[in-house]
Design a protein around this ligand. Structure first.
Ligand code: NAD
Ligand code: WQD
Length: 339
């Protein structure tokens, strides 16, 4: 049985990936410092899978702690989710973001090399294409100039990973460029649980529907898109989790391999609201508000490479994404705080 180290495995995408890994028969060791997650996710994972990951409360920037993880466990590959992800916060706190996301990855990679582990899957983002890239985004495009420190941290890490692969041909790395993951595990036991007021559309809609927020502000309806609101490529988080399992299989090939993980479809903010209302029967009051600084009008993935090389497609429908989001939010109005 192969054992996978999952950094950030207590978080939103990490916890869903841990479930898929355990169900696929992998052993899992999570390293997470719980800066943006809750320990209560662990018994939920055990309920879903009937088995548990090993949990280590540590920071990926701590070289001694990381060395201990690799000496205590026979790790075969690493999936690296640990990082900070709030775009607006990264503009206010750039050093904290570069320090966590870039330095954290460097410490992890050094610990891997010291332990002789050279297989890595990295959480990258569609934001690495930058604001000027034509849609749909395709992996053959050069990295752009992301407008936030958060986005730049992902592009810098991709560059570092490419340099690592040049330096030593034992490295086999997948940079998975996620589009907009939403939804929750169909059990309703785990899901996205942002602290405070959500920055992202789907958790904001869910909290309006459950009565925790009064109304959604739609940021701009005067974009050059079919209904004037922005379009994004929303994919189900369980599809995304499956994409990580598929990408592990591709790590037989040395070098850095980038993959877009998205559906290939752009969906507008208004369409998201309508789909949520239709599927759940819940009203989502909204108002049109000014544009949010830094938002791009529309982008979505060309996901052909992941289909071709990973045998992966984001197959779950928008209706499933909405139903699963609502099952999670309505069953856990206070998220993991309920334990
Ligand atoms: P999340 O915040 O729910 O998960 C990240 C986890 O990493 C959290 O559990 C947090 O406690 C942990 N963490 C952060 N810094 C750490 C550190 N220094 N040491 C140990 N643990 C640490 O976020 P998520 O949505 O699950 O995102 C996971 C990864 O995917 C992130 O790297 C994020 O940038 C990337 N990503 C997310 C999205 C998205 O829309 N959610 C899109 C593209 C890329
Ligand atoms: C989606 C759409 C908003 C909230 C961000 C990061 C990106 C990636 C995913 C990590 C936009 C609109 C939102 C609200 C709204 N993360 N919106 N009212 O901005 O596409 O991507 O998360 O890598 O890097 O930038 O996602 O969910 O914030 O917004 O109208 O209250 O919903 O304007 O059009 P975004 P989002």
């Amino acid at each position: 049985m192969e054992t996978i180290l999952v950094t950030g495995g207590a978080g939103y995408i990490g916890s869903h990936t841990v479930v898929e890994l355990l169900n696929a028969g992998y052993g899992v060791v999570i390293v997470d410092n719980l800066v943006n997650s809750n320990i209560a996710v662990l018994p939920r994972i055990e309920t879903i899978c009937g088995k548990s990951p090993v949990f280590v409360n540590a920071d990926v920037r701590d070289p001694l702690a990381m060395a201990a993880v690799f000496s205590d466990h026979a790790i075969d590959a690493v999936i690296h989710f640990a990082g900070l992800k709030a775009v607006g916060e990264s503009v206010e706190q750039p050093i904290r973001y570069y320090e966590n996301n870039v330095h954290g990855t460097m410490v992890l990679c050094q610990a891997m090399a010291d332990a002789g582990v050279f297989k890595l899957v990295f959480s990258s983002s569609a934001t690495v294409y930058g604001p000027d890239a034509p849609v749909p985004y395709v992996e053959t495009m050069a990295l752009g100039q992301p407008s936030s420190p958060y986005g730049a941290s992902k592009a810098v890490v991709e560059r570092i990973l490419a340099d690592l692969c040049v330096s030593d041909s034992r490295w086999a790395i997948a940079a998975l460029r996620y589009f907009n993951p939403i939804g929750a595990h169909e059990s309703g036991l785990i899901g996205e649980d942002p602290k405070g007021i959500p920055n992202n559309l789907m958790p904001f809609i869910a909290r309006v529907a459950v009565g925790k927020l009064a109304e959604l502000a739609i940021f701009g309806d005067d974009y050059e898109t079919p209904d004037g609101t922005c379009q994004r490529d929303y994919l189900h988080v369980v599809d995304l989790a499956e994409g990580h399992c598929q990408s592990l299989l591709a790590l037989e090939k040395p070098g850095l391999h980038a993959f877009n993980l998205g559906t290939g479809q752009g969906v507008s903010v208004l369409d998201m609201v309508k789909a949520f209302e239709t599927v759940t029967g819940q009203a989502v009051p909204y108002k049109i508000a000014p544009r949010r600084s830094g938002d791009l009008p529309a982008f979505w993935a060309n996901a052909d490479k992941a289909k071709r090389e990973l045998n992966w497609v984001a197959g779950r429908t928008l209706e499933q994404m909405m139903a699963d989001t609502w099952r999670w939010q309505s069953g856990n109005p206070d998220g993991f705080a309920e334990g």
